[in-house]
Design a protein around this ligand. Sequence first.
Ligand code: C2E
Ligand code: MG
Ligand code: MG
Length: 298
Amino acid sequence: LINHADLALQQAKRMGGNSMRFFSEDVHVISVEQVNLESALRKAIFRDEFVVYYQPKVCLASGLIVGVEALVRWMHPSMGLLGPGQFIPLAEEAGLISAIGEIVLDKACRQTRLWQEQGFGHIATSVNVVAQQLNRGNLLDILDRVLIHTGLDPALLELEITESSLMEDRDEIQHILEEVRMRGIQIALDDFGTGYSSLSYLKRFPIDILKIDQSFIFEIGHNENDEAIVRAIFAMAQSLGLKVVAEGVETAQHMDFLRAQNCDLVQGFFISRPIPAEDMTAMLERQRLQQPQNIQSA
Ligand code: C2E
Ligand code: MG
Ligand code: MG
């Protein structure tokens, strides 16, 4: 009885707390699956089952790939390749996000260093960080460790954080982000427009880049209100001196609209889906063959 009550309690907490849940067999099945997945996730850390995919970011002015976003996948032994949505929330709940975050950061920095050694020029890599890594994790220690370990120039690293991460415990987070910035790492505000989009965040936190959420880009050509919001975000970012990345760019129409707004970088299926490191290297290689001089100066 107590076990069942506890499962209902855990579910209530997962739904954000402050609510009531009854135990049912469904809850039981979900919890068992979750426990199984959680223990598999712990093993995955030791068995090195995480792989990092990369999605290119293209500079609209030059047409060149100037950066990539590192996106984690889990090569589950029986379930195959799992996307972050299938395990990142669980990793947060199980307190494993810092460990997984360090693995992703390490792999991404190592790969970026390799691209630099291979002469692909300035290819900056962005890595996603969730609120828990900022609040409870030892993010600065991890960053220092990984940068020393991999020897990557911090100027080639960016951290992507979501607006919701900035809502809690602001002084502490402001301090952490300032420390990140002092190391020469850039900070991007991810999925911009979907949270509170508070202008005071932009003033208070050391943000370098705004990533406009894909839900706005998706509506370009269909929804005048969304287009107006995107234009307003560009006007604001440009007057604050922030770089803008548009994500979820899927069509030539999106590209035209963004070019008219003087958008700096675009990322999305129109250019490429997230791909494994070898495929990303091949893509950079093709770019170098096509435009060798541009890459030297990019
Ligand atoms: P995000 O940071 O906003 O990443 C962009 C997501 O949009 C990626 O999904 C990418 O595959 C998808 N996407 C990119 N271009 C397009 C497009 O043109 N159309 C559409 N429909 N989708 C596009 P993915 O890889 O499934 O990642 C989902 C989220 O998981 C990411 O959202 C990020 O918040 C999180 N995530 C990924 N890797 C990590 C990680 O290493 N650590 C943490 N903490 N979170 C991660
Ligand atoms: Mg991101
Ligand atoms: Mg995003």
